[in-house]
Write a protein that binds this ligand. Sequence first.
Ligand code: UD1
Ligand code: MG
Length: 451
Amino acid sequence: MTSRSCHSVVLAAGLGTRMKSDLPKVMHEIGGLPLVGHVLKVLADAGSERVSVVTGPDMPDLEDLVAKLAAAAQCFVQTDRLGTAHAALAASSAMEMPTDDVLVLFGDTPLVTSETISKVRDALAEGADLVVLGFETKTPHGYGRLLMKDGHLLAIREEKDASDAERQITFCNSGIMGFAGNHALDLMRAIGNDNVKGEYYLTDAVEIANERGLKVVAVAGSEVETQGINNRAQLAACEADFQARKRTEALDSGVTLLAPDTVFFAHDTVIQADVIIEQNVVFGPGVNIRSGAHIRAFSHLEGAAVSSGAVVGPYARLRPGTELGKGVRVGNFVEAKNAKFGEGAKANHLSYVGDARVGAKSNIGAGTITCNYDGFLKHRTEIGSGTFVGSNSTLVAPISIGGGAFVAAGSVITKDVASDAMAFGRSRQQAKDGMAKVLREKLKKAKDQNS
Ligand code: UD1
Ligand code: MG
C-alpha cells in the first residue's frame, strides 16, 4: 500500500428519482448494507485516512447512517443538486487541506474493491494528475463514454450529450476518479454547466486537465465492480453480482454449498472452512459460523453465532443474539432470539426460545414456548444444564428452571423450578372406567330421537 495521504469524497446527495423511492438512493441496500456503506467500507480497507460524504438537504437519516458506519467521516450538504462537480465542491473546505491523493467516488457504485482503488492510487503515485476508472460493457446506455485516442483519455461524454458515433463507444466512466491533490480543487472549480442537462459534470475535469497539459490516465476495472445503480433493475442486478461474489468467496475458502445459487449472504457473513450449507439458506447481517457446523435447508439466520458441530434446521430461524454452543441441535420450525444454547443442548422441533439461556445438554421438547413478552416488557428464561423440558411446555418468563430439573410435558410453568426438581404444571388426569361407553350410548339416543 502507498504511503501517500488520501482524502476521499463520496457523492451521495442524489435523490434517486429513477428508483421511485422516498429513500435517498444510496440508502438502498446490497447484501443488507446500504450502498454508501459498501463504499465507506472499501475506503477503510483501501487506507483512505480522510473521508467526506456529500449528502442532500433533508437527509438526516443518511447523516446518521454515515456517522454510524464511519465515525470519522465528515458530512457536507449540497443544497441544490446541480451535478457531480457541484456536489464534490460541497466538500471544498475539506479539499483545501493538503493531500497527495483526492479520490471521488459515487455512493451508488457499491461493488468496487480496494484492489481497484489501489490501481487508481498507483497511477497517481506514478505521476498522473487525473485518473479515471473506466470499464468495458456491452450495455453502455446511461454511462458517460471515455473518448480515447492513441491510448490517451481526451474527454468523457455523457450519454445525453453524445453523438450517435460516441454512443457506440463501450468503454465507460465508472465515476471513480483520482486527482493529484494539488490540482483537484482548481480543476473542479473550472468546470462549467454548458451541456444538455445544464449540470456541473465532474467528468468535464478530463478535458480541462488536457487543456492545461496535465497528465490524464484511464485505468480499466471490471464491469461487475464498477456498475452504478440508478434504478431498481440495476439494484437487483448488482445484488445478484454481489451474491455471486460471496458464493465464490465461500467456496474458495472451503465452505460446501450444495446449491450455491440458492444461498444468500449478507455483506458481513463469516463462515469458516468445512461448514456445510444446504439448499435455500438466507443469511441476514451479523452471522458467524464456525468450522464443522451444518446449516440444513430452508433456514434463515441473522445476528447469530453457530459453533462447530452444531446442526441448524431444516426450516430453522435464528434471530439476533442467538449463540449456539458446540454440537447444539436446533431443528425444524424452531425460532431462537437472543438465546444462548450451551454445548450439546437441543431444541429439535417446533419451539420458540427467546431472551433465554439454555444450559449445556438440556433438551427442549417439541412445542415449547418461552413466553418472554407481557405486552409491555421482555423477560428472561434461565434454564440450567442437563434440564429436560417436556413437549408443549409454556415457560412464562421471568422464570428460572434449575439444572437437572424435569418439566412434565404440557406444563405451564409460572414459578421457578429448583435444580433436580420435577415440575408438573398441568391439571391431574382422571379416567373413569366404562364412562366412554355410557356417554356414547346417551349421545346416540339423543341423535336418534332428533331424526
Ligand atoms: C454518472 C457519471 C457518468 C458515469 C456514471 C457511472 C457524471 C456527470 N456522470 O452518471 O459519467 O458513467 O455516473 O455510474 O458524473 N450526485 C450528487 N449530487 C448531484 C448529482 C449526483 O451527490 O447533484 C451523486 C449521486 O447521489 C450519485 C452520484 O453522484 O451517487 C452519481 O450521480 P448520478 O445521478 O447517479 O449520475 P449518473 O447519471 O449515474
Ligand atoms: Mg449513477
